[in-house]
Design a binder for this molecule. Sequence first.
Ligand SMILES: Cc1ncc(COP(=O)(O)O)c(C=O)c1O
Length: 452
Amino acid sequence: MESLAPRYRPRGYLAALLPGNMGRMSVSSPMPPSDSRAWAAGRVAQAFERLTPLAARHTAAVKPRLERVLAAFAAERVGVQHFASVSGYGHGDQGREVLDRVVARVLQAEAAAVRLQFVSGTHAITAALFGVLRPGDRLLALTGRPYDTLEEVIGLRGRGQGSLAEFGVAYDELQLLPDGEVDWEGLGDALASPPRMVLIQRSCGYSWRRSLPVAEIGRLVERVKARQSDCVVFVDNCYGELVQDLEPPAVGADLIAGSLIKNLGGTIAPSGGYVAGRAALVEQACCRLTAPGIGSEGGSSFDLNRLLFQGMFLAPQMVAEALIGAELVAQVFSDLGFDVNPAPGGERSDGIQAVRLGTPERLTTICRAFQAASPIGSYLDPVPAPMPGYASELVMAGGTFIDGSTSEFSADAPLREPYVLYVQGGSHRAHIAIALERALSALAEAGLLPTD
Ligand SMILES: Cc1ncc(COP(=O)(O)O)c(C=O)c1O
């Protein structure tokens, strides 16, 4: 087998740093019979059956979200003429302009800029931060340490690359409480000296914490604005799009950013990212992406607009399918006695499912099985490897059509205690079931199932 070193950035490494994370594996898994694949298929089928009402709930949620997408397409009169784009500067690209307005409506924002020129979610977030913040400003993270690719952007790691710190932007963070909740009591003190911007991370990233429901983001916005009315509330919306009925701008967030190749790309957007929110702030982020004076008016879509519109149309369905997959992972592994976060049926504001596995052997065994069940690169053997910008070695299974999208069923993990696997994506539940069956059977065959 060829080895698959990590080729994309997974989602952080903080889980191992949080207290109270060590495995509690009081387990009641019957020993598998000799035919481990049949045993695994039975476990997955059983879990599926128990999830029927939950799966129905996720399926029902597609309709209102698709209604929103369709209403946006209709309001902006999307037609085939918008699939083409202007080359070169990209000035006056009608497809791009219509797509921006469609995405603004879908994300319940005043304005949005969807650009293939954004390399990733990290890049879009970076444009938002550098676009708005100025030397002497203070950035305050309200949900603990931001996702790890932002550490170098902020200036917490690395030197000489032009971080916010090197441009004179001060940074503070309000730690999450040991149980992963926002420190509401500490908020007042943290806001006493005025920050120019607060950063809220909606998704759990790599930490063993809840993803933040949009309603709770709304409560944070209220608290921030009551104390510091001029402060810009920025939300890292990666992995959160279309998971709940509301998006952060609907509850007062001023600016959000994320990747186009995750939820909003509907498995087919080939690249890109977005910023959305108040029009003036979106423009500032675009001025950082392109140049002051050009802002949102430049940037060709390389005749790829059809894929972006089509991905957006498919996105509510794909997100729901991935959420059903997350429930299935949660159910299967909690049935085996592993701690999972969130629990099956728990509130979800992102598409990430964490499973605390407790040993590196389990991590690699599961990643190998998932990779072997991937449509792309099934012949590759995921091995833990160092990754630029990350403190730990990482192991990942991500045989996706779009590199790094994690849109087809995938998983990744930092190789460190307590060996938490982060699972996401999944375009159809049959694929998720196949991958899970293979993983359970591999665990059984390797004698890695927990014992009482
Ligand atoms: C919470 C969070 N923020 C930011 C990012 C960075 O996104 P990207 O990998 O597109 O740069 C991720 C990626 O997994 C994430 O989970």
